[in-house]
Design a protein around this ligand. Structure first.
Ligand code: SME
Length: 142
């Protein structure tokens, strides 16, 4: 996936186009996911960016939900059961598990990669390694 991200975005000077293509790539490449996309940091908020899946929440306030936790801490969040995560934001009632990786730009977290699944337990700690590599590959487009 990292090689494909680099190949798809190399030399392309358009952030939204790159993130749109990366979300489509990951949505097709990662098994058993219902939503893959980006929230982009705007001041203290996160604002919906390019994604694949059902329409989603547009703004996430600082520190809110799984995305806000990843942005605030700079740490990858893997949530096997979203109902057990305090403050989880349910954009899609069918979503059962979630992973969010912060993406780092020149001034800290500039975006998060959010991945949802309808399958309980789809994401756990062992996913953090590949999520970190994918997030690092994506940071090259910012
Ligand atoms: N569930 C996320 C919100 C975004 S949607 O999943 C697309 C959260 O709690 O941050």
């Amino acid at each position: 996936m990292c090689e494909q991200i680099e190949a798809l975005t190399r030399g392309v000077p358009h952030l939204i186009a790159n993130l749109a293509n990366v979300s489509a790539l990951l949505y097709g490449a990662i098994p058993d996911v219902s939503w893959v996309g980006f929230y982009l940091r705007e001041g203290e908020k996160l604002v919906l960016g390019p994604f694949q899946g059902k329409p989603a929440c547009i703004e996430i306030a600082s520190g809110r939900g799984v995305c806000g936790a990843a942005a605030a801490t700079g740490e990858i969040q893997t949530v096997p059961d979203v109902r057990a995560f305090p403050g989880h934001i349910a954009c899609d009632a069918g979503s059962a598990s979630e992973a969010v990786a912060p993406i780092f730009g020149k001034e800290g977290v500039c975006a998060v990669l959010d991945i949802d699944s309808y399958t309980p337990g789809r994401f756990c700690d062992s996913d953090k390694e590949w999520l970190a590599r994918v997030a690092a590959a994506i940071s090259g487009v910012f």
